[in-house]
Design a protein around this ligand. Structure first.
Ligand code: SAM
Length: 280
């Protein structure tokens, strides 16, 4: 899967996992290490030097925040199904209550590889068995009707938490609108969406300029305008939902007692939102 010196967008999932594996106490992801491999290690080292050395911790805290919020919703809100859009190699199925049903959606090459490796690790007793379903789709192509029917057949009327993290940056606004419309069709009153995205003002920072230069070298998309940023108002105006929580790397660092090392200019500060459906 990791074939050349060039990074495909779906292969960024390996890098994200490597960051989570680097500080397990902070990320809470005790299984991320399973995805480590020599090629990713090389990218990670280069990325941390050329873009921002804080990236390990931003990704660890993102995972920890959503992990804790999903756990909280399982207890307080009766969440029974986690639907992870652009799930990559995240390991929530193995970090949550075994009763939870997991639906993971990503590009076919990612879900194919993930299913293969998970089954291998389960056979080797490195991972426990879980109620886990993989669906391969590309959010930039025609996918909605088939996906809606497949998810509905798996989820039934059960309460769900939809997660989309590390993905919207790579999509355009039309694709994003379309996903949020799909979320609305899938969810009932009280259900939650967790979303992560960057705000417009990040584009002024040195860290963002470095990120675009790095992606320019490694990924076919090269201009800042190829990458999506999203303002708070977008989340506040999603019809049928209310914003119930909003955090970023700085607020989570305080909450989890994490000491920030880099200057603000050198941090890719990501924003994290929880939305709750208020009417069906
Ligand atoms: C940076 S990774 C994040 C993975 C995971 N959410 C996490 O936080 O570890 C981005 C993920 O988005 C997926 N992705 C990006 N564009 C996509 C598209 N058009 N359709 C489906 N998945 C996409 C990639 O395949 C990849 O797994």
């Amino acid at each position: 899967m990791l074939s050349s010196d060039h990074i495909e967008i779906h292969e960024t999932a390996f890098v994200t996992s490597a960051f989570r594996a680097a500080d397990v106490k902070l990320s809470g992801d005790y299984f991320a290490y399973l995805w480590n491999n020599p090629k990713t290690e090389k990218w990670v080292e280069e990325y941390l030097t050329k873009v921002s050395s804080e990236e390990t911790f931003t990704h660890c805290l993102r995972n920890r925040y959503f992990l804790d919020k999903i756990k909280e919703n399982v207890i307080k809100n009766g969440t029974e199904v986690l639907i992870n859009f652009g799930a990559g190699f995240s390991m929530y199925p193995f970090l949550l209550d075994p009763k939870i049903i997991h639906i993971e959606i990503d590009k076919p090459e990612i879900v194919g590889h993930k299913k293969f490796k998970i089954e291998q690790w389960q056979n080797e007793d490195l991972l426990p068995k879980r109620n886990l379903h993989f669906i391969g789709v590309d959010f930039s192509k025609e996918y909605k009707e088939g996906l809606l029917a497949t998810i509905k057949s798996l989820k039934g009327k059960k309460k769900c938490f939809i997660l989309i993290e590390g993905v919207l940056f790579f999509l355009d606004r039309e694709e994003t609108d379309s996903l949020f419309q799909l979320f609305n069709l899938l969810q009932d009153t009280g259900d939650i969406i967790g979303s992560a995205s960057f705000q417009d003002n990040l584009k002024q920072t040195l860290a963002f300029k470095r990120l675009i230069d790095f992606f320019g070298e490694k990924i076919s998309k090269t201009k800042a305008s190829d990458y999506q940023t999203i303002q708070d108002t977008y989340y506040r105006e999603i019809s049928g939902y209310i914003l119930v929580d909003h955090q970023d790397y700085f607020s989570l660092s305080k909450d989890y007692n994490h000491k920030i090392i880099q200057d603000k200019e050198l941090i890719l500060n990501e924003n994290f939102y929880l939305l709750q459906k208020v009417k069906s």
